[in-house]
Write a protein of this length. Sequence first.
Length: 317
Amino acid sequence: MYLCLIVPVSLFANYQWDRSLPIQPIPLTSGQDPLKVALGKKLFNDPRLSRDNVFSCASCHQLIQGGDDGLQRSLTIKTGQNSVNTPTVFNSRYNFKQTWGGYFKTLEDQVEGGILFSDHGNSSWPEVLAKLQPDQAYQAEFKKIYTNEIRRENILDAIASYERSLITPNSRFDQYIRGNAHAITEDEKRGYKYFKEYGCVACHQGVNVGGNMYQKFGLFSDYFKARGNIIAEDYGLFNVTGDEKDKFVFRVPGLRNVEVTGPYLHDGSVQDLDKVVKIMARYQLGTSISEDRVKQIVSFLKTLTGEYEGKLLVDMK
């Protein structure tokens, strides 16, 4: 049993935590324009942004599923199934690049790719605008925010603003580093200690506990040789740069809410967090970790589950 439950965000809001800590708390508010957020939310859920009105952004990024779709690989318009696991949209504002291979530099770029790329929206701007511009409700909302009509840059700005609002503050771990010493258990504190001692924190740090660097998958052993059946998407950043040194290099995933964002890894091949920790120990750290310590690390990872609109993500599933 936890030593305490989630407490109101205001209780430790003014506590000045140690800013040299490897993991920093998520801010308690997103700072986004509420009008843009409201409009962006409607667009995010509007299937008219895709060809034949098939998929919306929310089809793959379901908030009740942890910000992804809960599938090994997401469904697509053309091929039926994507070749990589869908990353969560929660806290994506804290990623230095978007997608596993770091294809998009900004959330606006990522939104546009979702609309235009053949495996996703498979649409075009003339098609999207032809659907949305006659919509009187949209016309009124865009007019409140933007000085010009419904157009590409305004749509991208609104959706990206909504995505930037999708933060999950007030996790038990954030409460802990904000000053509530009893927010996590002794086992969870030991898990955090091992997370640092084994070197996991070298790549998984910052506000999003990752998402701020590239790293090769398979530093100490060849994951892809062991798994077999290598496909183009396994090359990661190489698909963006064409540089041989970037093969099997990926944007490090953020670990916020990781207990609700399975299946795991870019190929969605692992369902169990314990197994993920063992895989990362072997291939990224060149070591093995005892069962007890794996369980303690996993218990720490579960303290990273935060709230959306005042409700724990684990309770939304």
